[in-house]
Ligand binder design. Sequence first.
Ligand SMILES: [Zn+2]
Length: 104
Amino acid sequence: MSSSIDNITCPKCGGNAQRETDHKTGEVYDHCTVCDYEEVIVEGQDLYILTIWKGVEPVLTGPYKDAEVREQALIALKKEHGAESSYFPVDMTAGAAIEIGVFG
Ligand SMILES: [Zn+2]
């Protein structure tokens, strides 16, 4: 397993927390043994939602910091635009440029 553990200062209580970094996936897991603070950060990936608005117009929203936040955004988008639009998850390498166009 290619992961490492570093000691960090807990952003919540200021106590001694640990940061576990998975070098394979780029996932960073912060957890504090003093309070219940924990946070999972997936580095190296930007999460977006591609909406095909009513089948005609592509709209990219994001990036979202994790899958859970994106899920919430998806629920909000569905509420706003309804079933006439289609939604697709887009996972990209962090910082990569994407351009979505329409054939003219
Ligand atoms: Zn803490």
